[in-house]
Design a protein around this ligand. Structure first.
Ligand code: ZN
Length: 125
């Protein structure tokens, strides 16, 4: 998490320690809310981090999307329940090994889907 301090001329040493003390008093969730950082959890490793560092996988609910229930969403907003996976080949492997997507989407997930995810991860590295 990045906490930005005011520039030295504005804060001075005393100012910075006051801000630190102030932040320590707040609960972590309060700071996160205060800073407006959306935190998401990886479905494979369970790590929590900023939403931007994840690949988003969405289950659409449209009937005509029957064969495309699982899509990899690189855009920020799309309808449907979203799940997050680290942009890390290791996490894709873990998800595949532990059948994470099958559990989430409660349907069979073809190896092709995992390949697509793998590719998407490699493209963003
Ligand atoms: Zn992960």
């Amino acid at each position: 998490m990045i906490i930005s301090f005011p520039p030295p001329e504005a804060g001075e040493k005393e100012g910075i320690s006051t801000i630190l003390r102030h932040n320590l008093k707040r609960s972590e969730s309060h700071i996160l809310k205060f800073k407006h950082i959306p935190i998401r959890k990886c479905i494979a490793c369970g790590e929590r981090k900023s939403k931007d560092t994840f690949l988003r996988i969405v289950r659409t609910s449209k009937k005509d999307d029957k064969n495309k229930i699982i899509i990899i969403d690189s855009e920020a907003n799309k309808d449907g329940r979203g799940y997050y996976l680290c942009k890390d080949v290791k996490c894709v492997e873990t998800a595949k090994k532990k059948k994470k997507l099958e559990r989430i989407f409660t349907r069979k997930v073809s190896g092709e889907i995992y390949e697509q995810i793998q590719k998407a991860v490699q493209n963003t590295e």
